[in-house]
Design a binder for this molecule. Structure first.
Ligand code: PLP
Length: 219
């Protein structure tokens, strides 16, 4: 049996305080998520709407819920209702849809833009060179709050191979910050997972998304 509480405590000791830890909960039961929250996790990352709404009913505590999966257009209404942040916006059309649902629910949604940092084909996320212009468009939408970037990085067997990509994401993050776009705050850079969070933090991540190092190997 995986000791989720021990894993969380070890991680929170290892990770500097300025870095927010998102527990990536896909495929985990609400009881597993609850154990992580009791051990000190404050932010839960969910990839699936259905799984998230079930977990939200059952997990107690003052917890923030981030959507970290690919958001399909027909699920936007539900996502807006349920989540406190959406980390995976990668098109103006998706942002417009989120804004519209926020307006009808009288809600302002904090967003990160997902960047396809290595410009991999078939991967979600906006290309690095298109990121600033997407963020400018999003900044004009009244019910959205643009607060940073998220990236996955390529699959690598050696997590050190991700370092150049993480550095590139940090560079882009700072470049966009320097543009001082009205109503945009470059506050969070969400990158790094169980095998790569140390590399990501060294490169400048201040939000990491961690699944298996908390919950054990994925089933
Ligand atoms: C699953 C997932 C993670 C965490 O992955 P682990 O390798 O289990 O830490 C992080 N981010 C996203 C978007 C995920 O889907």
């Amino acid at each position: 049996m995986e000791n989720i509480a021990d894993n969380v405590r070890r991680l929170l000791e290892d990770i500097p305080r300025h870095v927010s830890v998102v527990a990536a909960a896909k495929t985990r039961s609400p009881s597993e998520v609850s154990q992580a929250v009791e051990a000190g996790i404050c932010i839960i990352g969910e990839n699936f709407i259905q799984e998230a709404s079930r977990a939200m009913e059952l997990v107690d505590g003052d917890t923030c819920w981030h959507f970290i999966g690919h958001l399909q257009r027909n699920k936007v209404g539900k996502a807006v209702k349920l989540f406190d942040m959406i980390e995976t916006v990668d098109s103006a059309a998706l942002a417009v849809a989120i804004d519209k649902h926020c307006l009808s629910l009288n809600k302002v949604m904090p967003l990160l833009v997902e960047v396809n940092i290595a410009a991999e084909p078939q991967k979600y996320g906006v290309l690095p060179q298109d990121t600033a212009s997407l963020i400018k468009k999003i900044s004009n939408l009244a019910n959205l709050r643009m607060i940073g970037l998220m990236t996955m990085g390529p699959q690598c067997t050696n997590p050190d191979d991700l370092i150049p990509h993480f550095r590139e994401a940090r560079r882009l993050f700072e470049e966009i910050d320097a543009l001082c776009i009205k109503d945009v705050e470059m506050k969070y850079l969400s990158m790094g997972m169980s095998d790569s969070y140390r590399q990501a933090i060294t490169a400048g991540a201040n939000m990491v998304r961690i699944g298996s190092a908390i919950f054990g190997p994925r089933r």
